[in-house]
Design a protein around this ligand. Structure first.
Ligand SMILES: Nc1ncnc2c1ncn2[C@@H]1O[C@H](COP(=O)(O)OP(=O)(O)O)[C@@H](O)[C@H]1O
Ligand SMILES: [Mg+2]
Length: 302
């Protein structure tokens, strides 16, 4: 249920149901695939208080900061909804364009194809499970988990960006065909509730970094998200305050309150305050992150 980024035909000549250009099946020997699955992931799962709060911006900044430490880093966007066809330029093949995928691809410092960065790219810019349904298919949890492990075999640190907020449905309960428990024997997903970005984070067992888009209401959203993260047995490794609204009144007081609350309740440190930038490039964001705190938070220090 994915588009093959970097290839394929423009949607104008393909009906949507046929535009599901399936990801290449993993053609490596089964032993190699299983070895990947056994390798624990290193890195983080970046979630946010909402959509459009700066997850991609922060993930790109994290990749850039970690790359500056000499690490081989890869960005991973398991599911992205919203793609436009970019026609071929100067004879080079066209591809499906999505801003998040481009940003994470650009901030990675190992050779990656777009479909490695995002194995499930959906055309419609809406809730992912609905975008998949509109294309006549459904998202495959196994594909998203396997993609992360495959990337991990080629890098030191994986920065995974969720979709939307923390609890976004990816597959609704009635759409689930196989045995979800088989995905993760150690932490089988809740039954009867479908499978979402929170379940994906659990399956990847990565520490979570919470991006808080500073605006009115963000304290409540941040505390609720933090509770949801730890309730699923995940570690909240830290948070990033992102000044998405440059004129927000009392922004620093909001940051102070959240710093205390997230530290006291979840032992989660503030990893950086990102100012409003036009544009908010990965390099600028990297400069504002406390890379030492990031390395500690992710257990990457020797
Ligand atoms: N610190 C910032 N300063 C200025 N613009 C920002 C900042 N952080 C994010 N943005 C902009 O806000 C929009 C949403 O950010 P993005 O990182 O894509 O959020 P998300 O991944 O959570 O949806 C993008 O256009 C991005 O460039
Ligand atoms: Mg994003």
């Amino acid at each position: 249920m994915t588009k093959m980024l970097g290839g394929g035909e423009p949607p104008t000549v393909l009906p949507l149901s046929e535009a599901q250009l399936l990801c290449e099946p993993d053609s490596r020997p089964q032993a190699a695939v299983e070895a990947d699955r056994d390798r624990p992931l290193r890195g983080c799962f970046v979630t946010g208080t909402d959509t459009e709060v700066g997850k991609t911006t922060s993930a790109a900044g994290l990749l850039s900061a970690l790359a500056q430490q000499g690490l081989r880093v890869a960005g991973y966007k398991p599911v992205a909804a919203g793609a436009v066809w970019q026609p071929a330029v100067n004879g080079t093949g066209g591809h499906w364009y999505n801003e998040d995928v481009e940003a994470l691809h650009a901030a990675s410092n190992i050779e990656l194809t777009r479909s490695e960065v995002c194995p499930c790219l959906l055309e419609e810019a809406c809730a992912p499970h609905l975008a998949a349904r509109l294309e006549g298919g459904r998202i495959e949890p196994e594909l998203l988990i396997a993609g992360a492990h495959q990337l991990m075999s080629r890098c030191d640190v994986l920065v995974v960006e969720g979709a939307g907020g923390f609890c976004v449905p990816l597959v609704e309960a009635q759409e689930i065909s196989g045995d979800l428990a088989a995905l993760d024997a150690a932490a089988p997903p809740r039954t009867g509730t479908g499978w979402g970005t929170d379940d994906l984070a659990v399956a990847l067992r990565l520490p979570v970094i919470l991006v808080v888009g500073l605006r009115l209401g963000c304290i409540n959203h941040a505390l609720l998200t933090a509770e949801a993260v730890v309730a699923r047995g995940l570690r909240l490794a830290g948070w990033i305050a992102n000044r998405i609204e440059p004129a927000m009144p009392h922004a620093q007081l909001n940051i102070d309150t959240l710093t205390r609350a997230l530290q006291q309740r979840h032992d989660a440190p503030l990893l950086g305050v990102v100012a409003y930038h036009a544009p908010a490039t990965a390099a600028r964001v990297a400069d504002e992150l406390d890379v030492g705190a990031v390395l500690d938070a992710l257990g990457l220090r020797d």
